[in-house]
Design a protein around this ligand. Structure first.
Ligand SMILES: [Zn+2]
Length: 834
């Protein structure tokens, strides 16, 4: 024991005299040129080798097989006890029962950099921050580390950063290109902001559809820091932004979090004042949507924050409006100064932070911040994915193991309804360690104290997942069990046909796998009953009769479909309600041969949402063709064209080529702005206005508004604009449940609407999913828009001879987390026949 202390002291004294290379000594181009990701890893690797104040952990790999890294920086003593420090932190908030009394409380400060890959000065600054923390000559930082564990994630998005770095390096000359229009400042499609699948990782913290978020948050939840800062960049003309944040602030945010924001803001301001650097606080970046790098930590008890340096598109150097030049060096220096001030301030206020954090986490147990104490989700195959979401976020849940009558707020009707709780209903209680996060995700009426939000304003999970859900004011007392026990289906020797219910994303994955294996699949147009098996509309059938050449039919098929745990089988094709398996109720699903367009003009993230769905969610092969190469396409190779949100500038010739292809049996799925190709076009039914009369009426209204606005004050301009806007809200839609586009969705569909685009109900097309009169909405909808959305169509299908066009006014795959939207898109792909 004693020997080891002496050894540590000896090593410590060695350490304090040893020299460590600064980033610019290690990387001669540091601050002049972008650092490649592997060079940053090399510098951190060097630090780990040279210093006993830093430890490395690989926490995952990206889609492009780059390592995701964190570095723990603290005193060698603290680093030797990392695991106990972590457990002590968790045990103080009820997430661990392994407390080590001998080790005092330590503060955990986590700093993440460059979640947007083209905001690269974040990652650059991480090297300076690490160096200053480790540099033996810097005595001040060593003081901070005595009570603080700093966790540095130098780059949350290595694939995006590398995409940007490769591009910037390629076009860099020996001299910089500070001219505004120089190509160095004009990033090419899809840009380095996003990850491999073109997802914005800073919108993915709660949903964790992407591997980087899944791995990072698994680690985050093992640590639960008291402070988390996410280091960004914004447009290059903007002066630096640091806390306090702007309105709207979520009502569950604690005073302790606001207090720290304020004192931190003053400290950073003092340092920036000394250097004459410009900055602003409280102006733009709000704390509401729970899936950011600042809000997610905030709802998990930490002081979460975003820091922003002007720099997007600045390249290595750019000329600003005030005549000065902004360089990479400037950007990283500002960031490093601000980040070191966060660590300093946090270390100095560690007692208040630990107390505040623990209070936030334990009070959330005692007293629910929201109105409701229990959330009940009715048993539904779609809960499978909801449970995955709860697990990813460390939220506790159980299943009812008894029946009970109850009254609760019904998310769909927005009213208190009597209902009965049945076995296997999912029970989630606000009274749990991550109670606030639970309530933020489930509270039905989130209060927005300012409508100028930066993002979507509603995310009610039962509506997103298409589940019947209730919020109860009381803490429910009922017998529960931790999991659903599934009996394995015993197959008879001979199966006439397999039935796979069409009711969640796994149904779509299964049909994708079956078709790829050359297996014929049928789908039910209407409900059909076979003995004790009921096949609902959309139910998939794999029969031996359709697949005579498959060897060992029972085993082959059941192996492919086993992930769909509710599949069953038929021993006869004779139906009780006259819908026999061999009759016209069951049609063969045509195998989609998909063409997806990418490239300039296509909205990168909306394209990414489709690509990720096809490649990752249902794992289906797709041809992705750059829109500039569309002339080379042999249309006979495809039967499905997907047009993600985007501005497609097709020539008249190309347009008529597409129309001919549709008439011969092609299917188009067109989303958001891509609808422009079909809108008010004589060949198609899509119309903004139902009649000339409506059009004139709208034009007159617009004219009147213009006249009225002549004396509006300039100051409130932005606020007036939002009265016609919808940053992201949930809109109730009515379904034609008999149409294949709505199979499996339930009796209503709640659409996440993220722009104000609207079309009248169409004539000569099926208005399958539309906004009814007096519809319900959730989140912020501008009052001018609210009324106008009544009786507009959201998802429609137009038949054209042998082909089909599916109009998607909203994107059901937005950010990849709208579970019922994933099923809706799967309907368009597999269920809507040609
Ligand atoms: Zn950013």
């Amino acid at each position: 024991m004693r020997k080891s202390i002496i050894l540590i002291l000896f090593l410590y004294s060695l350490q304090t005299v040893a020299q460590i290379k600064s980033p610019s000594e290690f990387l001669p181009n540091y601050g002049k040129q972008i650092t490649f990701y592997h060079q940053t890893e090399a510098y951190f690797g060097y630090l780990v080798k040279e210093s006993s104040f830093i430890k490395h952990q690989v926490y995952g790999q990206t889609n492009e097989e780059r390592n995701l890294n964190v570095y723990f920086v603290s005193t060698p003593e603290n680093l030797a006890n990392l695991d106990q420090i972590r457990n002590n932190n968790l045990s103080a908030i009820g997430l661990s029962n392994q407390k080590n009394q001998k080790i005092g409380d330590k503060l955990i400060v986590w700093i993440s950099f460059s979640v947007h890959g083209n905001e690269y000065a974040g990652m650059e600054s991480a090297m300076t921050v690490a160096y200053e923390l480790l540099n033996p000559a810097n005595k001040e930082t060593k003081e901070w580390l005595k009570n603080t564990i700093v966790i540095l994630d130098p780059c949350e998005n290595p694939d995006g950063l590398s995409r940007y770095a490769n591009w910037l390096r390629e076009i860099s000359g020996k001299k910089t290109h500070p001219g505004l229009s120089d190509r160095e400042h004009m990033e090419v499609w899809p840009g380095g902001r996003y990850n491999h699948y073109i997802f914005d990782l800073n919108r993915d913290w709660a949903w964790q559809t992407q591997i980087e978020s899944q791995k990072r948050i698994a680690l985050y939840n093992q640590w639960m820091p008291q402070v988390h800062a996410d280091i960004h960049e914004m447009g290059y003309e903007s002066p630096y932004f640091f806390p306090p944040s702007a309105e709207p602030l979520h009502e569950f945010i604690d005073q302790y979090q606001k207090d720290f924001h304020f004192s931190l803001g003053k400290n950073i301001a003092a340092k920036f004042d000394k250097e004459n650097w410009l900055y602003n606080t409280r102006e733009r970046f709000d704390l509401f949507y729970p899936s950011y790098g600042d809000t997610y930590p905030t709802y998990n008890g930490a002081v979460g924050m975003t820091l922003e340096q002007g720099g997007i598109g600045a390249g290595r150097e750019i000329k600003l409006a005030n005549g000065s030049h902004l360089t990479t060096k400037d950007r990283l220096t500002h960031h490093a100064k601000a980040v070191l001030t966060i660590i300093e301030t946090a270390s100095n206020q560690s007692d208040q932070l630990l107390k505040g954090f623990r209070g936030f986490m334990t009070n959330s147990r005692k007293k629910a911040k929201g109105v409701y104490a229990t959330y009940v989700m009715k048993n539904n195959p779609k809960s499978e994915q909801l449970v995955e979401l709860l697990k990813k976020n460390g939220i506790e849940y159980s299943y009812a193991n008894a029946s009970q009558k109850s009254i609760g707020f019904n998310y769909k009707t927005k009213k208190d309804n009597a209902f009965s709780i049945e076995p296997y209903d999912l029970i989630i209680k606000a009274d749990q360690p991550r109670g606030v996060m639970t309530q933020v995700l489930f509270e039905p009426n989130q209060k927005l104290n300012d409508s100028l939000s930066y993002d979507i304003t509603a995310w009610d999970l039962p509506l997103a997942y298409g589940i019947d859900g209730y919020a109860l004011k009381n803490s429910l007392v009922i017998n529960t069990k931790p999991s659903i026990d599934r009996k394995e289906l015993m197959l008879p020797e001979k199966v006439y046909a397999f039935h796979i219910p069409w009711n969640n994303r796994t149904s779509a994955k299964v049909v994708s796998l079956l078709l790829q294996n050359g297996i014929n699949v049928r789908t039910a147009a209407q409900k059909a009953v076979f003995g004790d098996v009921t096949v609902e509309a959309g139910g998939l059938i794999v029969s031996k009769g359709d697949n005579p050449t498959i060897l060992n039919f029972e085993k082959t098929v059941s192996d492919i479909i086993k992930t769909k745990t509710d599949y069953n089988y038929l021993t006869s094709g004779f139906s009780v309600n006259a819908h026999d398996l061999g009759g016209e109720n069951f049609s063969l699903i045509k195998k989609p041969k998909i063409l997806l367009l990418s490239g300039k003009g296509v909205n990168p993230t909306e394209f990414g949402a489709v690509w990720h769905y096809l490649d990752e969610v249902i794992q289906y092969p797709t041809s992705i063709v750059d829109v500039s190469n569309i002339g080379r396409i042999d249309w006979s190779e495809f039967n499905t064209l997907i047009l993600a949100d985007g501005n497609y500038n097709f020539s008249d010739d190309l347009k008529s080529q597409v129309t001919d292809w549709i008439k011969k049996g092609g299917k188009v799925i067109a989303m958001n702005e891509a609808l422009g190709l079909f809108e008010n076009n004589d060949n198609y039914a899509l119309r903004v206005f139902a009649s000339e009369e409506d059009k004139t009426k709208a034009e007159t209204e617009a004219k009147e508004k213009e006249l009225k606005s002549r004396l509006f004050d300039f100051h409130n301009n932005e606020r007036r604009l939002i009265s016609s806007s919808i940053p992201g809200a949930i809109i109730e839609n009515t379904l034609d449940t008999s149409h294949p586009l709505s199979f499996g969705l339930g009796n209503s569909y709640f659409s996440l609407k993220t722009d104000s685009r609207k079309y009248s109900l169409l004539t000569k097309a099926s208005n399958v999913i539309y906004v009814p009169k007096n519809y319900s909405s959730y989140g912020f909808v501008g009052h001018n828009l609210k009324k106008k959305l009544e009786e507009t169509v959201t998802f429609a299908v137009e038949k054209k001879e042998k082909g089909t066009v599916i109009y998607m006014i909203d994107n059901p795959l937005f950010r990849g987390f709208w579970e019922n939207g994933i099923l809706l898109f799967s309907n368009a792909l597999f269920q809507v026949q040609y």
